[in-house]
Design a protein around this ligand. Structure first.
Ligand code: SF4
Length: 615
């Protein structure tokens, strides 16, 4: 296979940000003579994809294998893809500049619905047939995984296999299975059967629609695909020497995942449901790997990441040890995902001792009634106390996330967001010395509710875009005029997200039609055009409005019913009903098991670093 560099180089002078397309960053691993090559792709630009932690973790795991090369791939921006097509240059891997089509496996993270057309764009640029059924023996195996894989159906025809759940162990098993299959000269079909035998691996071609529309497994394959779970996070070390980019990227800092899962139980939150149970890493491992990462990469900032970092039972110990270790160095430690009720005064003081980045909290709803309905177990008093503590400890920037269009929401709930933000501003001003009050700002971001698979709200429909816009106007009018920067998600992109998030396999034709009409980089506002999608839905006979807005019946077979996330259907249904009654459900890491079903179904358990339960 020949290196494409001679043909790539002349294109770089003609495109924006050529650094997206070159290699040799610090930490990049080169294995030119490896017998087996895995291309790992994040379906967006280099600067977005390089922030993806899962990619770093999987690359680190694959680097431990003999004779295997793992190389990064991102989606070229439209100027570069046009230049590549004009010059006949196929999509290539960064490390060796070799064609992606020449790799044995192409692993693609599926982060969210607005990247679906980017996946087709990459396959086409690579010269790999879009549909799994069109691929031949010599094509790479195209494997998906990641958050949006939990409803794999809209993308199912484009993938040979899709991993549901944690990838650390499964990626090694898939590579081993494929290598063994190649050694015995197995066919592609035989190889896919082998992959289907790996826990968590879904091979869409082995599931076809039965007479009632529900997917039926072919003989010898499991009826439902059980989510893969890494039971002990400490069994796999963090990647301590990840690639350090030359160019500015999103979240340009070192990261350490300190815990996985969140069982606070917000009823709209897919991540909080499908990454259960909570598994904390031990403080010793976090501190060891954080120090090693800072030394290996040269970064001056490290972020302790997770869905809810302040919930980690040993966080204060970790912070104290890290601050002590870097006392004389200019190192910042950030905790990006905080919860109002676990952000203590001592944590505020501790974090206030490092570089002061902004604080972000997500009350999600303005009224207590709606917060109870969505199970966001945070009170207004807790939020105001936390803001007072944070601003008293030196913070000056605050971002608050809310959602519009949640089930049971009324106009009063929307207006209540404005009142809550006013009181937050007043408390923040009060806790800030008079001389510093001038620059005080609260950024308020309002996303639109998108019903997601495997959540208690999976049966709900989304509000029509016109109604979403009306509520956004209501929100704007209710906001204080001074000291607030308000932004919201575009109702049209949220509508598309809902169509795709709730879709079945018939959506694949529409995704392909939209991509053929020029849809790519839909998450970038300057690129998104709903008209391409509207035409694609019409031409493929999809009633997109009904797909987004109509609720599912509770006894209906859902497009993702064959995916077993471990959550009991009875639990999700009960949670939905409790939402309508305004009854909250406690977090099982602080108290008793609340019966979501995940631990028994996946033979897993909650892991709290200090043992027992939190609190
Ligand atoms: S099964 Fe019980 S302990 Fe395990 S995650 Fe679910 S609610 Fe928590």
């Amino acid at each position: 296979m020949s290196d494409l560099w001679e043909r790539v180089q002349p294109l770089l002078a003609r495109v924006e940000r050529p650094s997206r397309y070159i290699d040799r960053e610090w930490g990049a691993v080169h294995r030119p003579d490896a017998a087996y090559r895995v291309a790992l792709m994040y379906p967006d630009t280099y600067e977005v994809g390089m922030a993806n932690q899962a990619l770093q973790v999987l690359a680190d795991r694959l680097a431990g294998l003999d004779d295997v090369a793992c190389e990064r791939v991102f989606v070229p921006w439209t100027d570069m893809s046009a230049a590549m097509r004009a010059a006949g240059v196929p999509l290539y891997t960064l490390e060796s500049c070799l064609p992606v089509a020449g790799c044995q496996m192409l692993g693609i993270t599926i982060p969210h619905e607005l990247t679906y057309t980017n996946i087709l764009e990459a396959l086409d640029l690579a010269g790999i047939p879009l549909r799994a059924e069109e691929r031949s023996e010599g094509d790479p195996l195209v494997i998906g995984g990641g958050p949006s894989a939990h409803n794999p159906e809209p993308l199912a025809p484009f993938f040979d296999a899709i991993l549901i759940g944690d990838g650390e162990e499964a990626v090694l098993e898939m590579v081993a299975a494929h290598r063994a299959a190649r050694e015995r000269s197995a066919t592609r079909a035989e190889t896919l059967r082998d992959l289907a035998g790996i826990e968590g691996v879904y091979v869409p071609s082995l599931y076809v629609a039965g007479p009632d529309g529900a997917l039926v497994a072919s003989a010898g394959t499991p009826e439902r695909i059980t989510r893969r779970v890494l039971r002990d996070l400490d069994a796999v070390s963090s990647p301590v020497c990840p690639v350090v980019p030359y160019a500015d990227v999103v979240h340009d800092r070192a990261t350490i995942e300190v815990l996985r899962g969140c069982s606070r139980g917000c009823r709209f939150c897919q991540a909080g449901m499908v990454y259960r149970p909570v598994r904390e890493r031990q403080a010793d491992a976090i501190v060891r790997d954080a120090i090693a990462t800072l030394f290996c990469t040269g970064y001056e900032e490290i972020s302790l990441t997770s869905l809810s970092t302040a919930d980690h039972s040993q966080l204060e110990e970790v912070l104290r040890r890290l601050f002590r270790r870097f006392e004389d160095a200019d190192v910042a430690i950030s905790v990006p995902s905080l919860r109002v009720d676990s952000f203590t005064l001592s944590l505020a003081r501790l974090l206030g001792g490092g570089k002061r980045s902004g604080l972000t909290f997500a009350p999600e709803a303005g009224s207590q009634r709606l917060r109870d309905a969505i199970n966001k177990n945070v009170t207004e008093d807790e939020l105001l106390e936390t803001v007072a503590a944070a601003f008293g400890a030196g913070w000056r920037r605050l971002k608050l996330y809310f959602m519009v269009g949640l089930p049971t929401e009324t106009d009063e709930d929307v207006v209540a967001i404005g009142g809550l933000v006013s009181r937050v501003l007043a408390v923040a001003r009060e806790a800030t010395p008079p001389a510093e009050r001038g620059g005080l700002r609260v950024a308020v971001s309002a996303s639109t509710f998108v019903p997601k698979a495997h959540t208690p709200f999976q049966w709900e429909g989304q509000l029509p875009a016109g109604e979403v816009r009306r509520r956004q106007s209501l929100l704007r009018d209710a906001m204080p005029r001074r000291g607030v920067e308000l932004s919201w998600h575009d109702a049209e992109t949220s509508f598309l997200e809902a169509v795709l998030a709730r879709g079945d396999r018939s959506l694949a034709d529409a995704i392909e039609a939209a991509w053929r009409a020029g849809a790519v980089f839909d998450a970038w506002s300057e690129r998104f055009e709903l008209s391409r999608w509207t035409a694609a839905f019409e031409s493929t006979g999809i009633d997109a409005g009904a797909r987004a807005h109509d609720p599912f019946a509770e006894d209906e077979t859902l497009p993702w019913s064959h995916i077993d996330s471990g959550l009991a259907r009875s639990f999700l249904l009960a949670e939905r009903h409790r939402a309508y009654e305004g009854i909250i459900t406690e977090d099982c890491t602080f108290g008793d098991c609340t019966g979501c079903g995940v631990c028994p179904a996946l033979s897993a358990d909650v892991v709290v670093a200090g043992g027992g339960r939190r609190g």
